[in-house]
Design a protein around this ligand. Structure first.
Ligand code: PMP
Length: 447
């Protein structure tokens, strides 16, 4: 019996107690080893207990751990901002630090709004987002989050924002090629802007490669470029929520680089602090920030923003990514892992899809691969399979969301330091879990 806990998160369920973590592995206090196949919640991008980061934090701690931003600039803050600006699209020279993803998204929409007010476009306030999507849990970011069970209880307390479908042709039963699919879903954005009244629409926000909400959804051909054009045509700002997809996991620092599309504002977090410190950032084009600063300043901020310890950690994380060529590894091993996951479709007829970019990968379980009908809810697959994998010593991350329709998808996103041998381990443990799940659910597996 575990002692009573005074902690609480979402539910009453208890988890093993973490003892230590190194590289891609984690151990609980009973000595059981887990391969961190989801980098926590797609956070621990460079693995656990990285010596360079620990040393950088130790050195910074001995100098100072906090300097309030209205009293001091800090050296790690300046250096990290310069590095992030260099990794961001041209013209995005200024970085606003925060402590997490929701704060980064809140900062993005508030900067967008303040910019609009400053340049005499105060009628613009609506932020269009996609369904499904996840942009955070604070009320502003939640209003953008396209997942009803999370958002609905709080609707009276926040401003409902317009939603358009995320481009998932398989759900809408569309039989079009990738290019036509991209055009079809992008056109929905334009139609919605026109319906709302372009003069009322402030911004459109999207995850370039989907995260927990869509299960690593990769946009169809032409979609990203078309979205950019539509936003420009209607004076709507484009915000990329790269909280999960940014930081190098897809093989590029910003996932949108895969499509050569520059947004106006970017939110990053998760892999940016990589689990070493609560860290996030909002990066925006100078053309938005300068008028706001010239007009008196950005009316927004969080106490812990840019604290030197978090920035020192973030800086060392970026140095590690560069010196270890971890983005290249994410692309190379990601392709291998994706192919290995796709191979599993031969044995398990209930894997409907394998998708993603780099090491932001997911698979979806379905009742019928042809129609992509979801599994019956009663199977509780998104919980059961994760638990079976956990028994094997593999951590994966799951959700049961498909916009209006339920469906079970699983993110397989190990740290960017993962090796080929560890990919074998992941596939072996996952196969063992899928075998057990098949027996439990009464599905045949091919031999
Ligand atoms: N945006 C995206 C795309 C995310 O994946 C998340 C976290 N899952 C957030 C925003 C919110 O980040 P946080 O939990 O750090 O507030």
């Amino acid at each position: 019996m575990k002692p009573k806990s005074h902690l609480f998160y979402q539910t009453r369920s208890r988890r093993p107690v973490l003892a230590e973590a190194r590289g891609v592995y984690m151990w609980d206090v009973d000595g059981k080893r887990y391969l961190d196949g989801s980098s926590g919640a797609m956070v621990s991008n460079i693995g656990h207990s990285n010596p360079r980061v620990l040393e950088a934090m130790r050195r910074q701690m001995e100098k100072s751990t906090f300097g309030y931003r209205l009293h001091f600039e800090t050296e790690p803050g300046e250096r990290l901002a310069a590095k992030v600006a260099a990794l961001s699209p041209e013209g995005m020279e200024k970085v606003f630090f925060v402590s997490g993803g929701s704060e980064a998204v809140e900062s993005a929409i508030k900067l967008a709004r303040q910019y609009a007010v400053t340049v005499g476009q105060g009628s613009r306030w609506k932020v269009i987002s996609r369904n499904p999507s996840y942009h955070g849990s604070t009320l502003g970011a939640l209003a953008l989050t396209g997942y009803a069970p999370l958002a609905d209880p709080f609707l009276p307390m926040m401003q409902a924002m317009p939603k358009i479908p995320a481009p998932r042709a398989y759900l809408d039963g569309l039989d079009m090629d990738d290019q036509a699919t991209g055009a079809h879903y992008a056109a929905m954005l334009e139609a919605r802007i026109i319906e709302e009244g372009p003069e009322t629409v402030l911004a459109f926000i999207q995850e370039p490669v989907g995260g927990a909400s869509t299960g690593a959804l990769v946009p169809p051909a032409g979609y990203m470029q078309a979205v950019r054009e539509i936003c420009d045509r209607h004076g709507v700002l484009l915000i990329h929520d790269e909280v999960m997809s940014g930081g190098g996991r897809t093989g590029k620092f910003m996932a949108a680089e895969h499509w050569g599309v520059d947004p106006d504002i970017i939110a990053i977090s998760k892999g940016f602090g990589a689990g070493y410190a609560p860290l996030g950032a909002m990066i925006a084009h100078d053309r938005l920030i300068d008028p706001v600063l010239d007009a008196g300043g950005f009316q927004h901020g969080h106490t812990y923003a840019g604290n030197p310890l978090a920035c020192a950690a973030g800086l060392a994380v970026l140095e590690e990514i560069e010196s270890g060529e971890l983005m290249g590894n994410a692309a190379r091993i990601g392709a291998l892992l994706k192919a290995r996951l796709a191979n599993l479709m031969q044995r398990y007829g209930f894997i409907g899809d394998v998708r993603g970019e780099g090491l932001l990968l997911a698979f979806e379980l379905v009742a019928d691969r042809q129609t992509m009908q979801p599994l019956p809810k009663e199977l509780n697959a998104y919980v059961e399979l994760v638990e079976l994998a956990y028994e094997q010593g593999l951590i994966i991350y799951s959700r049961r969301t498909r916009g209006g329709i339920d469906g079970d998808h699983f993110l397989v996103c190990p740290p960017m330091i993962v090796t080929e041998g560890q990919v074998d381990e992941i596939i072996d443990m996952l196969s063992a879990a899928l075998d057990k799940f098949a027996v439990r659910a009464g599905f045949a597996v091919a031999t």
